[in-house]
Design a protein around this ligand. Structure first.
Ligand SMILES: [Zn+2]
Length: 471
């Protein structure tokens, strides 16, 4: 098998995680089992997969392992695998979280191989395991599982407790999964730090790898507007149509140029990048950042602007438009859903004031706004021993590896766990496969042909192994 990317060659791999090793076989089979168990959310029905994974751990018959399934709602199974430490009173306990659910398949015809097959496909650079969840994030759950099993079979016992938490409902916000675990079952899942998805990706700069340390909040909102009712044959004044009012709103949002906020999380990210000082200085200049990112993106072919601009702006994306039901009836009602993602400290009042300015006060006063999902932005500090342990482990496996704290524009279950004031980081080691662009990599998670290379699966497994060994 050819692994001819520059990045792959830099990875230090242990013999037991090498190509065609027994652990590799086991990892592939475990991931296939996870992909073949349909946990599309809705409805999720994660309990069926939770039970299968529980069986894998119970079959080890290791007295250090305790497993428990918590159904946060009927069928919404969460599996807690508790590895008892030798000195949990004085040592920190680490949580390794992965969500069991996956997003729906839009159209199975767009997939080269069936989305629940877990088929292993040989491509030019590597073998790939195909299927929904292969990248988000049954791969990471596999890495955590195989890593701890390998350690336990070697007679390893951590000093602190290690908890593997397989959670339900992350893809729909975690309200029926992690939110309930954190609220009502904290004693069961209590840890001192929590590692999950959202980072670990190799950036196209030096030895830089992202680690998710914070995420934007949400202020998703439905806007309703009213207009005249009537027959399509006698329209009268178009300005009074609910549909045209909605069009004005959409047009204003399209023309809106979002304000830039050089938030601390962004500066922290830029400071950590392996770039010459002059570049970092320029990347923190509010007045030139927009054209600068657009030039860099055009030059490199990697979409820096698409990924970095949302870190320094609130974003408003119109996603659903509804009005009318009959071709000859002028509907007096129209509605619009906005996916609004907010920076730290930007609450609903702040955003609705902004919307009023964008839409114009006169029209804004006529509208009914209802929040769909309001979630505050969350951040974890980077000056913790846990963060440093992750950095040391990266350095072992990828010499010269450098952590870049990423403020994520999307959301993960860390938003719930951070409520308990424990540091949470998104990190699962991953290189860019040579056949993908960064843009493709960024959207692989919820797209057709979701897949993971065997190489990446084993790199993240080895990373988890080395990190867990430090607990
Ligand atoms: Zn995910």
């Amino acid at each position: 098998m050819a692994k001819n990317s520059q990045n792959s060659r830099k990875i230090h791999r242990m013999e037991k995680f090498s190509s065609n090793s027994e652990l590799e076989q086991e990892a592939i089979q475990f991931l296939q089992m996870c992909i073949q168990t349909d946990t599309v959310n809705p409805p999720g029905n994660e309990v069926q997969l939770a039970k299968k994974i529980q069986e894998v751990f119970d079959n080890e018959e290791n007295p250090l392992i305790q497993t428990k399934i918590i159904e946060t709602k009927p069928g919404r199974g969460n599996l807690i695998v508790d590895i008892r430490g030798s000195d949990p009173e004085t040592s920190d306990s680490w949580g390794f979280g992965s969500h069991l659910d996956v997003v729906p398949i839009e159209n199975a015809k767009n997939w080269n191989y069936p989305p629940f097959s877990g088929k292993v496909v040989e491509l030019e650079h590597d073998r790939f395991i195909w299927g929904r969840g292969a990248f988000d994030m049954k791969n990471t759950g596999t890495a955590f599982t195989i890593a701890i099993l390998a350690l336990l079979r070697e007679g390893f016992q951590p000093k602190g407790n290690i908890k593997l938490i397989f959670e339900a409902d992350e893809e729909r916000g975690g309200e029926e999964g992690m939110a309930i675990l954190v609220d009502q079952y904290w004693d069961e899942i209590k840890v001192d730090c929590f590692i999950t998805e959202g980072g670990g990706f190799k950036l196209p700069i030096g030895g830089d790898f992202t680690i998710q340390v914070g995420e934007k909040g949400k202020c998703q909102t439905k806007i309703e507007c009213e207009g005249v009712a009537g027959h399509g044959s006698t329209p009268g004044d178009y300005n009074k149509f609910a549909i045209y009012k909605l069009m004005d709103i959409l047009e204003n949002i399209r023309k809106w140029k979002p304000e830039i906020y050089m938030i601390d999380e962004y500066k922290q990210l830029v400071n950590a990048l392996s770039l010459p000082g002059i570049f970092k200085f320029l990347l923190k200049r509010k007045s030139i950042i927009r054209p600068l990112l657009s030039v860099i993106s055009k030059r490199t072919g990697d979409p820096f602007d698409k990924f970095l601009m949302p870190i320094i702006t609130d974003t408003i994306s119109p996603t659903i438009v509804k009005s009318g039901s009959k071709v000859n009836v002028i509907s007096p009602h129209a509605e619009l859903s906005l996916d609004i993602r907010v920076l730290p400290g930007h609450n609903q009042d702040f955003i609705y004031n902004k919307l009023e300015k964008i839409i114009g006060s006169e029209l804004f006063k006529e509208l009914k706004l209802s929040p769909i999902d309001e979630t505050a932005s969350t951040t974890s500090p980077i000056n913790t021993k846990y963060y440093h342990s992750i950095g040391e482990t990266l350095e072992e496996i990828y010499p010269g590896g450098n952590l870049v704290p990423l403020f994520d524009v999307g959301g993960t279950d860390m938003k719930h766990v951070r409520k308990r004031n424990i540091p949470c980081y998104g990190f699962s080691l991953l290189l860019k496969d040579p056949d993908l662009t960064y843009d493709e990599l960024g959207s692989l998670a919820h797209a057709p042909n979701e897949r993971i290379s065997v190489n990446n699966l084993m790199i993240s497994t080895e990373f988890a192994y080395r990190l867990m060994k430090k607990v």
